[in-house]
Write a protein that binds this ligand. Structure first.
Ligand code: FES
Length: 110
C-alpha cells in the first residue's frame, strides 16, 4: 500500500497518539494498575500519578510489577517503584509516559 510521503514530511502534522484512559478512582493509593498488553503501569505514589513504560531498558522484556519493586523476568534486573534501576544488567530507568488529567480520568499518551 502506498502512503503519501508528504504525510510524514509536512511540518505541523504528526501521527495521532494512542491514549490509555484510566478512571482515577481505580488507581490504588500507593499502588499500581497494570496494563500488560499496552506494557504500561499507572502508578500512584505520595498522591502523584505517573505512568511507567514496562519495557525493560536492558533488552526490552516486559517487567513485572510487585508491591515492592519491578522485576524483569528475562535477566533479573530490578527497578524501584518509580522506575529507578536497582540491580542490573539494566542501568537506565524505566521510561515515563506523558500523563494528563481528564476530569475523573487520567490519560496516558502511548
Ligand atoms: S531484558 Fe530485562 S534484564 Fe534483560
Amino acid at each position: 500500500m502506498a502512503v503519501p510521503l508528504w504525510r510524514y514530511l509536512a511540518p505541523g502534522r504528526s501521527r495521532a497518539r494512542r491514549v490509555l484512559r484510566v478512571p482515577r478512582a481505580e488507581i490504588p493509593p500507593e499502588g499500581a494498575l497494570v496494563f500488560r498488553e499496552a506494557r504500561v503501569a499507572v502508578m500512584r505514589r505520595d498522591g502523584a500519578v505517573f505512568a511507567l513504560d514496562l519495557a525493560c531498558t536492558h533488552l526490552g522484556c516486559t517487567v513485572n510489577v510487585t508491591s515492592r519493586q519491578l522485576v524483569c523476568p528475562c535477566h533479573g534486573s530490578t527497578f524501584a517503584l518509580d522506575g529507578t534501576p536497582l540491580t542490573g544488567p539494566a542501568t537506565r530507568p524505566l521510561g515515563r509516559l506523558e500523563v494528563r488529567d481528564a476530569d475523573a480520568h487520567v490519560e496516558v499518551l502511548l
